[in-house]
Write a protein that binds this ligand. Structure first.
Ligand SMILES: C[S@@+](CC[C@H](N)C(=O)[O-])C[C@H]1O[C@@H](n2cnc3c(N)ncnc32)[C@H](O)[C@@H]1O
Length: 222
């Protein structure tokens, strides 16, 4: 008879952040409610490694991947030193193989990288000039087989877009996000920009049971 290990629960994965109860509960509820991490892991299937996670927060992608038997060769950067400290502590607690984290402000710098790139719920928090520069730098990272896996809200006049914008403003107001959100991109504008950079993109809704207008955008070199 074949047996298979039970999938790890959000609570089990979030254990990495204890004894910090705030980050434990944040990680647990985010993993339980948001289809992002399963979606990203699926989108990385067969993609060239290593992975650079821009605006990685506390590194939930790396935890989710390892807990599901897909430890990533992974580097995460974020401009919030507190989140990076939590990411490093969480990674050390569970022995996150192959993950590195560092503080970096994408409005001023971009890491040297060749491989796949994650940009998850980050674009709208970069100033307009940094958004354009970051997309350009990302495109230069993508060799054959590498993918950009991005999630972003889209500005399309829907009620979901309004909720997404309000939540971004609220997360800045409570200081969970240090940067104030700019406006969300439109699908047509983002598609055109990625096309100018030589990338072909697929757009798929990825909001699950959340009220947000979140889309998964997976792009590769044409
Ligand atoms: C909504 S959170 C998403 C976190 C993570 N990508 C995830 O999906 O679990 C957005 C992240 O972008 C980071 N961020 C915002 N502006 C940034 C900047 N200029 N440079 C680097 N990171 C930034 C924030 O600190 C935050 O961790």
């Amino acid at each position: 008879m074949q047996t298979s290990a039970a999938a790890p629960t959000p609570a089990q994965i979030a254990h990495a952040f204890l004894p910090d109860r705030w980050h434990y509960h944040y990680a647990r509820s985010k993993l339980a409610s948001d289809p992002l991490y399963a979606g990203v892991l699926g989108a990385l299937d067969g993609a060239a490694m290593p992975v650079l996670d821009l605006g990685c927060g506390i590194g939930l992608v790396a935890h989710y991947a390892q807990a599901h038997g897909r430890a990533l060769d992974y580097r995460g950067v974020d401009n919030d030193a507190g989140k990076i400290a939590q990411a490093q502590a969480g990674a050390a607690r569970v022995g996150l193989a192959g993950a590195r984290f560092e503080v970096m402000d994408l409005a001023r710098a971009f890491p040297a990288h060749r491989g796949s790139v994650l940009l998850l719920d980050v674009l709208q928090f970069l100033p307009a000039a940094a958004q354009a520069a970051t997309l350009e730098r990302i495109a230069a990272c993508l060799g054959p087989g590498a993918r950009l896996v991005m999630r972003t809200g889209l500005r399309d006049g829907s009620w979901r877009a309004g909720v997404t914008r309000a939540a971004d403003l609220a997360s800045h107001a409570i200081r969970w996000m240090r940067s104030a959100p700019g406006s969300l991109p439109t699908r047509r504008g983002l598609e055109a920009r990625l096309g100018e950079l030589g990338l072909e993109a697929r757009f798929t809704p990825l909001w699950g049971r959340t009220p947000f207008n979140n889309w998964l955008v997976v792009a590769e070199r044409r």
